[in-house]
Design a protein around this ligand. Structure first.
Ligand code: SF4
Length: 83
């Protein structure tokens, strides 16, 4: 079975809204128009109201990795989950 990749934004309050993660990985991340902070798109969330965490397919690992490595405040984390 294909692996999944867990992704989370922590602490989300530290997001400086520069949109780097959205530019590099719009499949997974977007910016909330209300508070201006990044979130994990709803289709990847484990719970609809848990905006800062989710699980994505292996195919999206590289874009999550790019976002994580380039986030200026280092708040994007990810970990592979084998099934
Ligand atoms: S790259 Fe980091 S600081 Fe920039 S919008 Fe995304 S989570 Fe926020």
């Amino acid at each position: 079975m294909a692996g999944r990749v867990r992704v989370w934004i922590e602490p989300r309050d530290a997001c400086i809204s520069d949109m780097v993660c959205v530019a590099l990985c719009s499949e997974v991340f977007d910016i909330d128009e209300g508070d201006g902070k990044s979130f994990v798109k709803v289709e990847w969330r484990l719970r609809p109201d848990a905006v800062s965490e989710g699980e994505v397919p292996e195919e999206l690992r590289e874009c999550v990795k790019a976002a994580s490595e380039n986030c200026p405040v280092d708040i994007i984390h990810y970990k592979a989950r084998e099934e």
